[in-house]
Design a protein around this ligand. Sequence first.
Ligand code: PEP
Length: 252
Amino acid sequence: MSNRPYIVGNWKMHGTRAMLAEARAIDRAAERLIKVEVAVAPPFTLIHATRKEAELIGIGAQDCHPAEGGAHTGDISAAMAKDAGASFTIVGHSERRADHGESNTLVKQKAEAAIEAGMGVIVCVGETLDDREAGKAEATVGRQLKGSLPEGEGVAEQVTVAYEPVWAIGTGKTPTPEDIVAMHKHIRAKLVEVYGEDGAAIRILYGGSVKPENAAEILSGKEVGGALVGGASLTAESFLGIIIAAAGDGEE
Ligand code: PEP
């Protein structure tokens, strides 16, 4: 695992080619911000063009189908996303779990397919507000990890986990720093349970209303290895504010 904080922008269903200017600006700045590993996950339609515009930052997909190919109208396989220029894919985002009824089993199949295709994966987990209020946040996240994490020889090296409380995504609300650290600790323990020693090196990102103003505090939490950023990754200005906060003491 790299010790550099890993800051990943999830553009969701935003962006036409006009947005490539943002990717270019992020990429130029990344040249100076070498203490931080930066990536963006644009919509499928922009992966190829973003890869061409941005030379330094990582480019990822937001999802993939578990099959290698076949009669799946409208879907994209991991190999296709990779061919377009993605080196990793997000799987199990709560919006996909909610909008498309994705189960832990399906998320795991997608993660395994992506790794098989030679990509890294960011596996998303996170509790609902009901879970948290009922004191079930850790149990929910533990269940999601158990069901969603890919299995197989050497796969841990390709895995990043994103802890994204559903109630914090796009709402401007965040858990307390103590709650973020407690959940990261819980996730770390589960990763070691699943992968043994290799689980100790997996990066765990926090996601949910990360902004330039709160990034430094969130990223300073023990075991917080970076951030998955939605809304605030859509302009270079706000995304760079988060990357600069992650760099800690400036730009080198
Ligand atoms: C996300 O969707 O992954 C996310 C964290 O969104 P936001 O930063 O907008 O809360």
